[in-house]
Design a protein around this ligand. Structure first.
Ligand code: WQD
Length: 327
């Protein structure tokens, strides 16, 4: 029986990945420092080790549970905060994966799935990006995610030179939204859909950051992906790693729907989901926002046989079902 360590498994995305990994027949052990994670998201019967990745006991945990692979999600993920506190992000995200890779090497673990981000692309000229698009992150957050990809790849290469291997897959998430259950919603309220739901809850008008972009309705276009679809992508990535012996593989995949939605379309969907007009307000552009950022998904479709199944309506409706308190 394969047993995977899941870092950040008490987080919003991690708790969904946990359920999909378990549903695939793999055993899961969660490591989470609970800085933003919530222990109750980890179901009974799944070990939750409250620990920071810099803890020297990480190796002991990996050995005790006979871990065969790691899904690494534990990280800081707020773009704006990363601009204000870059060193905090470098410490948490870069030191985090460095410590993890040290432990992986020490124990001789051969599989790693890493949570990367569309933020590695920065502000591409053409908004539809394939994995071979130049990576030019425009925030410390995006930089640390890219460094994580490089670190995994470099460690894998070094292991191969020693005759071993570390099969590793980096998943570049686009705009993650929705919830797989009422108790698994995104509590961070940092992205468009939760911000809109909070505004509605508070009797306020959601804001549209810029309506003069060169897009059909003037608002920014993004690729929204349901967190349950995203979680399933981790399972096929883990399976790819497991099938790769003796660890030749270092791959990067976009995880999106390959379909763009504008801010206005998202807010219209919110209006329909909650059953009343949210009446958004146009405000200034937010600095650093590309007009369009949509994934090309041919690679993950073809190589992993993965395709998103849930649409924007499912994302917004499930986010609303998981939202509390409602007005
Ligand atoms: C979406 C769109 C805003 C709030 C970021 C990271 C990315 C990933 C996802 C983590 C943009 C607009 C937003 C609001 C608005 N994060 N907007 N009013 O910036 O596309 O992506 O989160 O890995 O790496 O960069 O997401 O949800 O902030 O914004 O008009 O109140 O909604 O301008 O066009 P973003 P977002």
């Amino acid at each position: 029986m394969a047993r995977w360590l899941l870092t950040g498994g008490a987080g919003y995305i991690g708790s969904h990945v946990l359920r999909e990994l378990a549903a695939s027949g793999r055993e899961v052990v969660v490591v989470d420092d609970l800085s933003t994670g919530i222990a109750s998201r980890v179901p009974d019967g799944v070990p939750l080790v409250e620990m920071n990745l810099s803890d020297s006991n990480l190796v002991t945990v990996m050995r005790d549970y006979q871990i065969s692979g790691v899904v690494h999600l534990a990280a800081k993920k707020a773009v704006g905060e990363s601009v204000e506190r870059p060193l905090h992000y470098y410490r948490e995200n870069v030191d985090g994966i460095a410590s993890l890779l040290e432990a992986i090497n020490e124990v001789g673990i051969g599989n790693l799935v890493y949570s990367s981000s569309a933020a590695v692309y920065g502000e591409p000229v053409n908004g539809e990006v394939g994995e071979d698009e130049p990576t030019v992150p425009t925030s410390p957050y995006g930089e640390t995610k890219l460094v994580g990809e490089w670190a995994a790849r470099a460690v894998a290469k070094a292991r191969r030179l020693e005759g071993g291997g570390l099969s590793n897959v980096s998943l570049r998430y686009f705009n993650v939204a929705g919830a797989g259950a009422a108790n698994l919603g995104d509590t961070s309220v940092a992205n468009l859909i939760p911000l809109a739901l909070r505004a509605v809850t508070n009797g306020e008008r959601p804001q549209i950051f810029g309506s003069d972009y060169p897009t059909p309705d003037g608002t920014c276009i993004r690729d929204y992906i349901h967190v349950v679809d995203l979680a399933k992508a981790h399972v096929v990535a883990a399976a790819l790693c497991e099938s790769d012996n003796p660890g030749e593989l270092s791959e990067v995949f976009n995880v999106g729907r390959g379909q763009g939605s504008s801010v206005r379309e998202v807010l219209d969907t919110v209006s329909r989901a909650i059953g009343r007009d949210v009446d958004p307000r146009d405000v200034e552009r937010r600095p650093g926002d590309p007009a369009v950022l949509v994934a090309r998904t041919e690679k993950i479709n073809a190589d992993l046989g993965w395709e998103a199944e849930l649409d924007l309506t499912a994302m917004v409706e499930s986010a609303w079902s998981a939202w509390s308190p409602k007005p």
